[in-house]
Design a protein. Structure first.
Length: 580
């Protein structure tokens, strides 16, 4: 039966102390910097940035962390070194005068070195120890280690002296950076330095398809977790900038805030409020369908809110873009002058994908925009494989989402491929996808737009025709004819036919109503005539009845008068009266 393994108490475990380099991105990869009090080997070919990395480590230590440093060079003189790094803003003479930095050039002529008897670095240790003690140095850089052993064929002596050198630096309690040249099949020329170093950083300056890219890899780091991938890095006027791609994850925050697209009726298609802030947006379509114009509306709307927008252009110059957008009523130049809009243009073939990414992320960090436009992403496909472009875009989109920056990517598609397809296969990265297309019908081409997808919001499923006018992008009302969506002159002709049909139907109704009205008037006239005739007859009958009654009354009056005249026959009259 196996005995359980003994573990140390938590309080006995100690974390490795690290010295921050101050180099952008490198501290993220190394988990805080280089191992403090130990030796780090920086190896690589010519021109990859070894000397610069060592010098920047010392300068940042002296200026930012209060740790003076010693730079011992075996190839360049102090004057040449000061001139070389002055372009990066490093004032070596000032640092030396302020006793924050000591630079010592040790001239070694290989022709003068002969292996006679015992060989050791005792003299170097004395010289280096004096420089460390004179300024109380906490950091040391040796550039380059091959110069010390260039004439030593004896590997045993070489290994022994390297161990002595590293032990000396450790005894002085300094954090050391030693540079070395890349060997054939080994990390360094002698293949020994990497084994005795506590940390090994490889720099590489490679050229692929006539485009160069600098990359950095931490090959070894004793006692610490670290990034193990290759990381592109950039050397610019501010020094080294390393892109820590593996530190990007899917743990970014999201917000419910919405930002307008700059096109009111497009906002209506997206639930009435526009894009989600911090989301990723893709506008794809064939050439000439208005992708850049739609993207320019978002840039204009962003600047109108007083926020910054950064646009990376890979096909048009800034002046050309501003001129073209004036034709649709968008004047971007005032935003550029106010510093709210930055247009950065470069050809995709200027350098490799990783360098493009490093430049873009550096610019984003400097400018701090709320919206970033990349127009178009498809231009990278000509210089690299779709897989490499996809990898680069994943890093870019993840970086922007971590920063809470809205990303708008423009993609050019070809007529041969399906519109719902991107060559880089990045549709899964996209939150909102607008598809612009040319609709060819009856000998003409018109522009249409629809929302292919928009995560987290209700959106229209209709294809909307739009026009590029002097007032910008204008979406027209949805029109669906008997054969489907109609656009352009076909739509106008169909609308004219329908207006004529509606007019004819209206005229027919009006005519029927007029006939009915005439019949009603005729009937009413007949009724009125009958009523008049009836009234006349009624009057005549009443007159005749009245005349008859008047004659009867007159007759009775006459008979009564006659009886009065015949008073003698009163008896007869009485009898007559009784018989009545």
């Amino acid at each position: 039966m196996k005995k359980p393994m003994k573990t140390l108490p938590a309080q006995t475990l100690s974390l490795l102390t690290k010295s921050p380099t101050g180099i952008r991105g490198l501290d993220d990869i190394t988990g805080g910097g280089l191992p403090a009090g130990r030796t780090t080997l920086v190896c690589g070919g010519a021109g990859c940035g070894k000397t610069l990395l060592a010098m920047e480590f010392l300068v940042h230590g002296a200026l930012e962390y209060g740790e003076p440093g010693v730079f011992m060079t075996f190839e360049e003189t102090s004057a040449d070194l000061a001139k070389n790094v002055a372009s990066l803003g490093f004032d070596l003479p000032g640092l030396i005068a302020g006793k924050k930095l000591a630079v010592d050039h040790v001239a070694i002529e290989r022709s003068e070195i002969e292996e006679t008897g015992e060989y050791d670095l005792g003299g170097l240790f004395i010289r280096l120890g004096y420089a460390i003690d004179s300024i109380g140095a906490k950091r040391v850089a040796l550039d380059t280690v091959e110069a010390l052993f260039s004439a030593l064929p004896n590997q045993a002596i070489l290994r022994a002296e390297l161990r002595r050198l590293f032990r000396f630096l450790k005894d002085k309690n300094v954090t050391a950076v030693i540079t070395g040249e890349r060997g054939e099949g080994t990390l360094t020329r002698y293949g020994i330095e990497e084994y005795v170093s506590d940390c090994v950083i490889m720099l590489d300056h490679r050229v692929s398809e006539q485009m160069s890219t600098r990359r950095l890899r931490v090959a070894k780091y004793r006692g610490s977790m670290h990034g193990t991938n290759e990381y592109p890095f950039l050397i610019d006027e501010q020094g080294i900038f390393v892109l820590p791609v593996t530190s990007l994850g899917l743990d970014h925050e999201v917000v419910m805030e919405r930002i307008p697209t700059g096109i009111p009726r497009l906002d209506d298609m997206l639930g009435g409020q526009g894009y989600f802030s911090g989301s990723s947006i893709l506008i794809s379509g064939t050439a000439g369908c208005g992708k850049t114009s739609v993207a320019a509306h978002l840039a204009d709307a962003t600047c109108r809110r007083g926020e910054r927008c950064l646009s990376f252009l890979f096909e048009e110059s800034p002046n050309q873009l501003m001129r073209n957008m004036r034709s649709i009523g968008l004047d971007l130049q005032p935003w550029v002058k106010q510093g709210l809009l930055r247009l950065q243009a470069a050809r995709p073939s200027l350098y490799g994908l990783e360098m493009h990414l490093a430049v873009m992320l550096k610019t984003i960090d400097e400018f701090q925009p709320s919206v970033v436009v990349v127009d178009p992403i498809s231009s990278f496909s000509a210089a690299s494989s779709p897989f490499q472009v996809k990898s680069m875009l994943i890093r870019l989109v993840d970086f922007l989402k971590v920063k809470g920056i809205t990303a708008l990517l423009v993609n050019l598609t070809t007529g041969a491929s399906a519109p719902e397809y991107t060559e880089m296969e990045i549709s899964s990265l996209i939150d909102t996808w607008l598809l612009l297309r040319d609709i060819e019908l009856n000998g003409e081409r018109n522009r249409g737009m629809y929302v292919l997808k928009s995560r987290g919001m209700a959106h229209s499923n209709q294809i909307r025709e739009f026009k590029l006018t002097q007032h910008g992008v204008e979406l027209l009302d949805v029109y669906v004819g008997p054969a489907g969506v109609l656009t352009g002159s076909t739509r106008l002709a169909q609308e004219a036919r329908e207006r004529a049909e509606r007019l004819a139907a209206q005229q027919d109704v009006e005519e029927q109503q007029a006939v009915l009205e005439r019949k009603r008037h005729a009937l009413e006239s007949q009724i009125a005539a009958l009523r008049a005739e009836f009234a006349a007859t009624e009057v005549e009958v009443k007159r005749l009845i009245r005349q008859g009654e008047q004659r009867r009354e007159r007759l009775e009056q006459d008979m009564a008068e006659m009886r009065r005249c015949r008073q003698a026959d009163a008896a007869v009259a009485n009898n007559q009266e009784k018989s009545r």
